[in-house]
Design a protein around this ligand. Structure first.
Ligand SMILES: Cc1ncc(COP(=O)(O)O)c(CNc2cc3ccccc3n(O)c2=O)c1O
Length: 431
């Protein structure tokens, strides 16, 4: 792979920060090293001595004095070494990426910790996307992705999709326009997709479709950004093979998140990809945030042993929430709306029949009834275009509250019948 052709001028111009090199050097050196190099504060002056976090399973995570000093100090821009090596082992166990055995220059699997996968996405886009570049994605898509992409002035080309994700034949037909000439500045360099429990559609991509998309990526030489924060929220086994597990070329960049299973407020995400590209993301981190909170990373490391238990608990919760959402939609909306049952994630994508655009219905009529959802237009490339869909997130409200929403949605959408919903006070504007 020729990675340099994918980089923006800004990313190509980034150089390692000398100070950050020293931090990494110091981290790798024996404790006997005497350093007068880093302009880091002396942790003995920090007012925090120790901390303990009581877990719901009765265990307590203790941060003693030495751990506290480390957790409150600057750390390396890739992430703390123990967390990175633990996460690399997890990626190898879950995805068995071919790139794990590559040489660095060939695109060896590398990782870095980011402040949520949102930061990872934003920095990956800023590494790859120049004004005027063509970016392929299946809309409707996550509004946070559009917020990161659209200011870059790229040409976003929508690839049709359905409940099984991006449609490879449609992608093939779109790419055919570049068959007749050599790659030029308009040839797509990047394809972005959310392969599991898509936001907002709840769609999950089949392995067969991923294989076809990957073959097209080889033919037209573009990168695949696999944004997969709902990977751990797949309700049925076996979990789908990922683009990372198919990546024989080193052309997949994967963003992972612990927001949906451990904590969204602690802001931990991961970028996994070919070393020449992840190194560029890290150079950006060096110049922007230096690194994700050390305390957060140390805390996540202490949870790593119980990850499979945490995943099981999250899965059973969200599966029950999904079932409550579906049974309520079946009860109240089956004559006035359409939807597909998600097999992962936390979203139900509802198409209201006979409604051209849901914006006013959601932001006025439903809100008057103290119900909040997201009008589907915000997930489209051109958000001002009418959209008959609405996104319901079944993550935060109780099954009883969830049951009220389709009832109200069905009424305000169709008859506008007055419904006394003073008892209904919920917000489904949730991730
Ligand atoms: C496909 C896809 N990719 C990346 C991210 C970012 O996750 P991170 O790891 O936590 O940074 C997300 C998070 N999605 C949302 C977040 C959110 C936060 C506050 C309020 C509402 C929110 N709604 O509605 C969301 O959909 C996502 O769905």
């Amino acid at each position: 792979m020729n990675y340099s052709r994918f980089l923006t001028a800004v990313s190509a111009a980034r150089k390692p920060s000398p100070i950050r090199i020293l931090t990494e050097l110091q981290q790798r050196s024996p404790p006997t090293l005497i350093s007068l190099a880093g302009g880091a504060p002396n942790p003995d002056t920090f007012p925090f001595h120790s901390a303990s976090i009581k877990m719901k399973n009765g265990e307590t995570i203790e941060f003693d004095g030495a751990m506290m000093k480390r957790a409150l100090q600057y750390s390396g821009s890739y992430g703390i070494p123990e967390l990175i090596s633990w996460m690399k082992e997890l990626q190898k166990r879950l995805h068995n990426p071919p790139t794990a055995s590559f040489s660095p220059e060939r695109g060896q699997m590398e990782m870095c910790v980011t402040t949520g996968s949102q930061e990872g996405l934003c920095k990956v886009f800023e590494m790859l996307v120049n004004p005027g570049d063509t970016v392929l994605l299946d809309a409707p898509t996550y509004s946070g992705t559009l917020a990161a992409l659209q200011p870059l002035g790229c040409n976003i080309v929508n690839v049709p999709s359905d409940q099984y994700g991006m449609i490879p034949d449609s992608l093939r037909d779109i790419l055919a326009q570049w068959d007749s000439h050599k790659p030029d500045s308009t040839t797509p360099k990047v394809l972005y997709t959310i392969p599991n429990g898509g936001n907002p559609t709840g769609a999950s991509m089949t392995l067969e479709r991923k294989q076809k998309v990957y073959e097209l990526a080889k033919k037209y030489d573009f990168l695949i950004i696999e944004d997969d924060p709902y990977y751990f929220l797949q309700f049925q086994k076996p979990w789908a093979s990922t683009f990372l597990s198919l990546d024989v070329d080193g052309r997949v960049i994967r963003t992972d998140s612990f927001s949906k299973i451990l904590s969204s407020g602690l802001r931990i995400g991961f970028v996994t990809g070919p070393k020449p590209l992840v190194d560029r993301v890290v150079l950006h981190i060096q110049a922007s945030t230096m690194h994700t909170s050390t305390l957060t990373q140390v805390r996540h490391l202490s949870l790593s042993l119980s990850l499979s238990l945490l995943i099981r608990l999250s899965l059973s919760f969200y599966r029950a929430q999904r079932n409550a959402m579906l049974s309520s939609a079946d009860k109240w909306l089956k004559d006035v709306a359409e939807w597909h049952a998600p097999v992962a994630g936390m979203f139900l994508w509802i198409k209201l029949k006979g409604i051209k655009d849901t914006q006013q219905l959601i932001m006025e009529k439903a809100l008057e009834k103290e119900v909040l959802l997201v009008p589907g237009g915000v997930f489209n490339i051109h958000s001002s275009e009418p959209c008959p869909y609405v996104r319901a997130a079944f993550s935060l409200s109780t099954p009883q509250q969830i049951d009220e929403v389709p009832h109200i949605l069905g009424s305000v959408g169709i008859s506008g019948a007055n419904l006394n919903s003073s008892a209904v006070r919920m917000s489904l504007w949730s991730s």
